[in-house]
Design a protein around this ligand. Structure first.
Ligand SMILES: C[S@@+](CC[C@H](N)C(=O)[O-])C[C@H]1O[C@@H](n2cnc3c(N)ncnc32)[C@H](O)[C@@H]1O
Length: 253
């Protein structure tokens, strides 16, 4: 509640003042505030280090995240938006959609919603801890999902093996963006559906973001597909972990 009020207040400020306050915070306070808030498991210098981290270090870091973290960014409103995009893809292409690969499934919110909507869902996440938690949650909700541990940069499935690929609040976390995007386009038969926060680079933040999308064009250029829809969405009132502005992209293969 206090966080939402803070975001709304910040949005009322002129852009130049917001920028100046953010620079002061980044320069003098942010690093220490994060250390104090999260303690030793949180890697405050992630943006300085991520390019040189090994796969094992990456997995360990995200397992630590999921040991200390218990919710998804995405909420029911986003799941509804994504289910609508999948239905629309089916109408546009006159093709029934049966299989979806969810990349960076986290705690499984979207995967469970898609399974309940009748799709055959496979989840891929780098964190075994996230997968363990999501699987336990899905069992409790009687949702049959196939789980895979692995990297979005190197999706372990053949070409065109899923009708749709979803990737929500995850593209901003990958180490290699172009490798990830190529892998997504390779395994998708009809469409890729992507949700990312709309944001500019900040060195210190409460997350392990590595990629930054501040305009719709950033996302459109990243995928390079000629047939797409891209919109901005306001998630300030959302109930998940994320409150802010986001970019929603559907690219048709
Ligand atoms: C912010 S969470 C998003 C979870 C969920 N999709 C949501 O909307 O909240 C990012 C997820 O990406 C996973 N992740 C990070 N790097 C990854 C990578 N290179 N490949 C696959 N998953 C990755 C993390 O383990 C985490 O579950």
């Amino acid at each position: 509640m206090a966080h939402k009020a803070y975001i709304k207040f910040k949005n009322l400020l002129p852009a130049s003042l917001k920028e100046a306050l953010s620079s002061i915070n980044q320069r003098f306070f942010a690093r220490r505030t994060l250390q104090r808030k999260y303690g030793s498991w949180f890697e405050v210098d992630w943006r300085k280090k991520f390019r040189t981290m090994s796969d094992e270090e990456w997995i360990r870091a995200y397992d630590d995240v999921w040991k200390n973290h218990h919710n998804d960014c995405l909420d029911e409103t986003d799941s509804d938006l994504i289910l609508g995009a999948i239905a629309k893809t089916s109408q546009r292409t006159q093709t029934p959609i049966s299989t979806v690969l969810e990349i960076g499934c986290g705690y499984g919110t979207l995967a469970i919603a898609m399974t309940k909507a009748g799709y055959g869902v496979t989840c891929l996440d780098v964190s075994t801890e996230a997968l363990r938690k999501a699987e336990e949650r899905a069992k409790g909700e009687n949702a049959q999902i196939t789980w895979h541990q692995g990297f979005a940069e190197n999706i372990p499935f053949p070409d065109k093996s899923f009708d749709v690929i979803t990737c929500c609040h995850t593209l901003e976390h990958v180490k290699d963006l172009s490798q990830t995007v190529n892998a997504m386009k390779r395994v998708a038969r009809l469409a890729v559906v992507v949700l990312v926060p709309k944001q500019r680079f900040r060195l210190y933040a409460e997350n392990y973001h590595t990629q930054f999308f501040s305009t719709q064009e950033d996302l459109i250029r990243t995928f390079g597909l000629s047939d797409y829809e891209c919109t901005e969405i306001d998630c300030i009132e959302h109930e998940g972990e994320f409150q802010g502005e986001a970019l929603f992209y559907v690219g048709y293969i």
